[in-house]
Design a protein around this ligand. Sequence first.
Ligand code: SF4
Ligand code: MG
Length: 324
Amino acid sequence: EAPLLSVQDLGMTFPGPRGVLSRRAGIKAVDGVTFDVRPGETLGLVGESGCGKSTTGRMLVRLLDPTAGRVSFRGADITRTGQRELRPLRSKFQMIFQDPFASLNPRQTVQQIIAAPLRAQGVAPDAVRREVRDLVGLVGLAPEHLERYPHQFSGGQAQRIGIARALATRPELVVADEPVSALDVSIQAQIVGLMERLQRELGVAYVFIAHDLAVVKHISHRVAVMYLGRIVEIGGKDEVYADPAHPYTKALLSAVPLPDPAAERARERIVLLGDPPSPANPPSGCTFHPRCPKAQPVCSTERPLLRLTAPSGTRQAACHFPEA
Ligand code: SF4
Ligand code: MG
């Protein structure tokens, strides 16, 4: 099946601080990111904070213009499309944000918030009212919630409003940037479950951004792991979770609790040394080498490219010494 979204060599370089020579050295927040999203699937995009996953997510829906590469939606390059030509496409891709309260206008009622994207599309007032009623039901809120304001809701309910707004125009793609990170752990599974159900009912595709692999395990069909602005591993969910190829993926997975207590006790935990390095000053060669338990001399001089880990497979990893 043709991809819904196709991302090619996407890059974002932010201007850096002025150096001694008064030349701005750019900071590569995202570098050479390439992946596809198929209709109706979920791609989990995972990595520590500062790895460029939010920046990538914002570029996918043109909230941020990339400095390199391109994004195609159903075959059409949307990277440099003017805002006017972009307008009819806008309804096809939407975003859900991490902090539901910060992303909802506190002076608008739920009715007004969810209606806004429909009104922007020129939908008639009667049809907007009907649609908004359907949408609140779809996300598990009640009709009496329509006249209330965001501060009258819990975090989980506020995120349901954000989801209803994102789905109002029946998009084909939703980029969800850590949609459950700000919520109580007890609520997180409910919201992920809701998003899964909505995907089954509406056929929407998700790019689901998270900082740990546990959150996206159930909802993802494929997973991409980012480190310092680049994808270091990407593949089918089962393959990546059962048999990670990149040492960084392995380390992230070793922090995901196992349901079986015996397995949990027996399992080795990989503790990474130090924090991720700053993208302003990335390490040479493989940027993961200062923290990698498997690093060899070649790792600090040669950058590993993303390549297939088996000739017949689809999973790719960027490592000189991949597992499996
Ligand atoms: Fe570790 Fe070397 Fe692989 Fe980088 S290339 S992840 S340093 S083994
Ligand atoms: Mg972020």
